[in-house]
Design a protein around this ligand. Sequence first.
Ligand code: PMP
Length: 447
Amino acid sequence: MTQTTFSATATRVASEASDFARARRSMAGGVSSPVRAGTAVGGAPPVIARARGSRIFDAEDREYIDYLCAYGPVLLGHADERIAAAVDRACRQGAVLGGTHSEEIRLAERLGEAMPSMQRVRFVSTGTEACASAVRVARAFTGRPKIVRFAGNYHGHSDAMIFNAGAASNSRADARAGITQGVAGDVIALPYDDLQTLGAALSREGDRVAAVILEPVVGNMGLVLPSDGYLSGVRSLATRHGALLIFDEVITGFRLGLGGAQELFGVKPDVTCVGKVLGGGLPIAAFGGRADVMAVLAPDGHVFQGGTFSGNPVCVAAAHALLDAIESDPLFYNRLSAKGSRLARGARHALADAGLDFPVVQLGSIVDFMFRHGGAHRTFDEAKQADARSYARYYWAMLERGVFLPPSQMEVMFLTAAHSDEDIDRTVDAMRNALLALAEGADASRP
Ligand code: PMP
């Protein structure tokens, strides 16, 4: 790398630092969500101005190929015209109505068709709400207090979900701050992909467990695919002990296919949570499942759950536009998966060229590798063994080369329909150069 690049980096670091310093004066920690502060990579990522297609632009109009994709929602590409037009139309007909509306009913029907396990759905605005509500429903339905979840899975930031969870929620050791012992005591957090510990915990406490909640494919401790038979094993154990099975498909729903991970792996949960991709970039999420389970919700039952913006017409219109776009192209998911395979293949070559044997994991349009030798990691403990300093150096080296990655190794790379083969090939070249530069110790790294 040349001297010019180093000085350009220094200028950029200074200007980004001042943008971020300004953010810190008015916004708590300078961010609306902690991972965005870049703690895991030793400094704040660029302040963003706009995005289009596969590209994101910083406040100084520098262009990057985006693989963060807003942590998953962007599937068609940024600023997709079809979504924009639908949103525009909906805004002009009333952005929020305060009553059930026809397009909302139609969306519920479409969700039920895509994922038949969702016999009844309720719309919310975020994945956090969907998961927290699903858990409350499970407790009310079973009359039991406890929840089993898996370390390194992330189900939003509600009290019961946030400690020992994956993604950036783990950036601080005291992740239980603000959470009562009572709440923590009702959560059993186990290692993912391990039927033995689950079986043992359910044998011990099964009659007090309302639900087992998990990401069927985990996207919050890097990418972890379930071992053969794991999901069906969890299904049988939950059934045997009278606990509901909740699939958190907030990442996988509509990204792996219209039917999500449950269709791909052929395992039927009692309740499902979806979000992210569903809104085509707008905040809409839903939870839904067996009709008898969902019947505990008010007004039919006694569990209160609601929201001013739940099912609002703007987000609903965006969701319809997204589903229309997907359904109009029978090869949509094949094409998307082909892009994922191309990126994964390229990443494997780039790593090999740099003399590194880190396993690359891919499912459809999700691609990931961690700075960790050996087989693909399966648990949160293994994910935490990955070399954080090297990832930080790699992150900045890739940014320097025009590629926007997640600012934490616990997050994964997402592709969209807007990523071209050329984008992917450029990315792979950047990976190769960045990894080789790292190996030679000549990268532009942050403190
Ligand atoms: N579940 C999963 C699997 C997620 O990845 C996330 C967000 N990263 C959530 C739930 C929470 O969604 P939201 O950020 O919309 O509240």
